[in-house]
Design a protein around this ligand. Structure first.
Ligand code: AP5
Length: 227
């Protein structure tokens, strides 16, 4: 864990891009809670709570759970995070424009709006490959070929458009998530460390969106062979 001002990060990325994997890396590095709505929802399903029973079909079919259910969870989790220092990495929210606005509103009310919206960029074929590989190991109910396609469709239709909104708000960082997970993690932490000093030094200055997805070579990617 590094010392310094706490971080508030939310991740906007397609299924299989590495939100869970990298969310854990970010949480450990900055000593902040990793709040993953998918994990919270799956936990309810496993415990057969009334909420779990209400959302199970949505998860199994790869459809979004109603906003009010997810936003209640976010509010509660952020209030808990406020009590433990105020930092967080939010994995899986927002997924729609309405959720983006509501999450911002909750952050404003609690005095803890996000410092960085982190986008993990990867192409659909690689995402499908990863999720099918995971299906063989873990058997998640939504890791079937058909449901993976639906999840990707939902991402492209409803979630990806909010990327532009964060770009306009100047808190947006894009990382190329096609490389091995440890390289992606190193690049994310380097970018967040830069953002951390920048964000907390001049909170009132307008911030710029940062696109690091072309910086593979600087983070250990081998250059393409010359023909
Ligand atoms: P959620 O649990 O958030 O699932 P998801 O978005 O489909 O994402 P995944 O968990 O499948 O992938 P990930 O990006 O976390 O990648 P991971 O690190 O696991 O949501 C599930 C469902 O809950 C939704 O469909 C919806 O129904 C509901 N829901 C959740 N939030 C909601 C919201 N806000 N609103 C409404 N409904 C909501 O990695 C995937 C695999 O790839 C792993 O096996 C991993 O080891 C591997 N991997 C990771 N990185 C790499 C790499 N760089 N190279 C190779 N392999 C890698």
């Amino acid at each position: 864990m590094t010392k310094g001002p706490m971080m508030r990060v939310l991740m906007v990325a397609p299924p299989g891009a590495g939100k869970g994997t990298q969310g854990a890396v970010i949480a450990t590095h900055f000593g902040i809670p990793h709040i993953a709505t998918g994990d919270l929802l799956r936990d309810h399903v496993a415990r057969r709570t009334p909420l779990g029973q209400a959302v199970q079909a949505h998860l199994d079919q790869g459809e979004l759970v109603p906003d009010e259910i997810v936003l209640d969870m976010v509010r509660e989790a952020l209030a808990d995070a406020a009590a433990t220092g105020g930092g967080y990495v939010l994995d899986g929210v927002p997924r729609t424009m309405a959720q983006a606005r509501a999450t911002y509103q909750i952050g404003l009310e609690l005095g803890m709006t996000a410092d960085v919206a982190l986008h993990l960029k990867a192409d659909d074929r690689e995402l499908e490959r990863r999720l099918l590989a995971r299906a063989a190991l873990e058997g998640r109910s939504d890791d079937t070929e058909e449901t993976i396609r639906r999840r990707l469709r939902v991402y492209h239709e409803l979630t990806h458009p909010i990327v532009a909104w964060y770009g306009d708000r100047g808190i947006f960082v894009t990382v190329d998530a096609m490389r091995p997970a440890d390289q992606v993690g190193r690049e994310i932490l380097a970018a967040l460390e830069v953002m951390r000093s920048f964000v907390h030094r001049s909170p009132d200055q307008p911030r710029r969106a940062v696109d690091l997805s072309g910086l593979g070579a600087a983070f250990g990617e081998l250059p393409a062979p010359t023909p």
